[in-house]
Design a protein. Structure first.
Length: 142
């Protein structure tokens, strides 16, 4: 009887731990200088956040930009106002900028590159995506 009870508890334990209050992790990839694509990513991030909040779960979202996608994090970005608004409304969203891309852009421009204040530099965008996937984050490439 004790073995049966123990087996039942062990079988149900994983379901109970995921029932409510789980924390999800989602990484979005942006590598194109395209406002429509960036708006799609921001829409997806907002929808994911709202969905998990509606069922009592939490979600951490990281949007990693590199290559031409890094233009979406520059002060002249066509989505800068939306990024500022969403960053205030969604503290669970992080914007990561590729340090390798920034260095190449600075070299080409002949001066340092300034990012939106909401963006944080990571050494390499692709490596950041690898690290997050190795930690079990879901990976979305729109």
């Amino acid at each position: 009887m004790k073995k049966l009870l123990l087996a039942l508890v062990l079988a149900v334990a994983p379901v109970v731990s995921f029932a409510a209050g789980a924390v999800h992790h989602v990484a979005f990839h942006v590598d194109e200088n395209d406002a429509a694509l960036m708006n799609l990513v921001l829409n997806n991030a907002q929808n994911v956040s709202q969905f998990y909040a509606s069922i009592g779960d939490e979600v951490e979202i990281e949007i990693i930009a590199y290559g031409p996608g890094l233009n979406m994090y520059l002060p002249e970005s066509p989505v800068k106002d939306r990024i500022a608004q969403m960053s205030l409304a969604m503290p669970n969203m992080t914007l990561s900028a590729c340090g390798n891309t920034m260095a190449k852009m600075a070299e080409k421009a002949g001066h340092d590159i300034t990012l939106l204040p909401e963006a944080t530099v990571v050494p390499a965008g692709v490596v950041r995506l690898i690290e997050l996937q190795e930690q079990g984050w879901a990976y979305i490439r729109p």
